[in-house]
Design a binder for this molecule. Structure first.
Ligand SMILES: NC(=O)c1ccc[n+]([C@@H]2O[C@H](COP(=O)([O-])OP(=O)(O)OC[C@H]3O[C@@H](n4cnc5c(N)ncnc54)[C@H](OP(=O)(O)O)[C@@H]3O)[C@@H](O)[C@H]2O)c1
Length: 339
């Protein structure tokens, strides 16, 4: 089978298309013939070596993929050959609270991932893909959508009528926008681009703030809520945006700390966090159960589809990462492995 490996040392220039032997499933495992993969900022960091500099190489990167079950190991009963399945981001975390062991089972590092024609997964580490979603659409869900679901619903307990602020218009943020709207919440989006804000409004966002033109976007967001503050912030910026997120949040509100696009370390003034009883919740993707809940919610909202920016052929995987690096995308970038 063909697979991309990060080979020798980290760096996009070392992402190499190679030939590997076909995979054989052990007891409780299944081999999936992948049809499509989607890429996340994490995958780019993994390739660059900034996500986990100690990651052993060679590694097949990319956490998210969908495909058909090709071969079953001994004792497998949950799926059958031919089932179209979505691989879970964390192979060993299906429900409940995380443990160190459970959260060290993610695809695309430390385990080999989905930028390949085949992948070996656990039988409980896949969920059937609904017929309502194309391969490309289903491939977008395991990391970005489950993260947004965990932040707002699984952990955030979002209620109808609440206000959610989502930062930017990347994969996680647009899923958060869609999930918030499904649950009857008001959404404020920030973006570096006025054109992207228009597109976010077409997806259901109520308000948009250009964070480049308005560095005090947290204050602007609070003003949009009659100075009450938003109930929930989907924080993908991290260190460089946290201060404005605190300004945007109402007393008792939640900041879901998901990404560090604007830095991972900073001096934070913690006083307003405690003086306003703000909850800061770290989010590390989520469980297989959350993927199931997300699919159930999408089944009742059939008009809500993952937003796909661009689909690249398998042979152009490096270009797909170049597109992600460029930051011009709106939503998800997909790599089609086979038709
Ligand atoms: N903790 C987890 O489990 C988890 C899961 C998934 C992702 N993440 C992290 O979450 C972040 C986003 O991931 P993604 O896959 O959604 O990335 P993505 O698709 O590449 O989206 C990035 C978008 O974020 C916006 N952005 C960039 N810098 C920003 C800033 N300083 N302030 C506000 N917005 C900014 C930009 O939107 P505009 O172009 O509209 O300005 C950009 O398009 C990454 O750090 C990723 O590693 C974490």
């Amino acid at each position: 089978m063909r697979a991309y490996e990060i080979r020798g040392s980290f760096g996009l220039e070392n992402l190499t298309l190679t030939e590997r032997p076909s995979l054989e499933p052990g007891a409780g495992q299944v081999v999936v013939g992948l049809r499509a993969a989607s890429i996340n900022y994490r995958d780019l960091m993994m390739i660059r070596g900034t996500y986990n500099p100690r990651q052993k190489l060679p590694l097949i990167p990319v956490s998210d993929g969908v495909g058909d079950v090709l071969r079953l190991g001994a004792g497998v009963t949950r799926v059958k050959v031919g089932d179209r399945v979505i691989a879970h981001f964390m192979q060993g975390w299906q429900s409940g609270t995380p443990t160190r062991e459970k959260i060290s089972t993610s695809l695309g590092g430390p385990l080999d991932g989905c930028l390949a024609e085949e992948i070996l997964v656990r039988e409980e580490g896949v969920t059937r893909a609904p017929a309502s979603l194309s391969d490309d659409e289903a491939a977008t869900l395991p990391c970005a959508a489950v993260t947004a679901w965990s932040a707002l619903i699984g952990q955030g307990r979002l209620k109808a009528g609440e206000t959610v602020l989502v930062q930017g218009t990347g994969g996680v943020s647009l899923f958060a926008l869609q999930i918030a709207r499904m649950h009857g919440a008001r959404v404020i989006v920030t973006s570096s681009s006025d054109e992207k804000l228009v597109r976010a409004k077409a997806l259901g966002a109520h308000d948009g703030i250009n964070y480049k033109a308005n560095p005090e976007w947290g204050v602007a967001a609070r003003k949009l809520t009659d100075n009450v503050g938003v109930d929930h912030v989907v924080e993908v910026g991290g260190a460089g945006t946290f201060d404005q997120s605190v300004r945007a949040t109402r007393p008792g509100g939640t900041i879901s700390l998901i990404g560090v696009l604007a830095g991972g370390a900073t001096q934070v003034n913690l006083v307003p966090v405690l003086m306003q009883n703000i909850r800061v919740q770290g989010v590390l993707v989520g469980t297989g159960e959350m993927l199931g809940d997300l699919l159930a919610a999408m089944a009742t909202s059939p008009t809500v589809k993952p937003v796909i920016d661009k689909v690249f052929p398998f042979e152009e995987a490096r270009a797909a990462f170049g597109h992600l690096e460029g930051g011009k995308h709106f939503g998800k970038i997909v790599i089609r492995i086979r038709a």
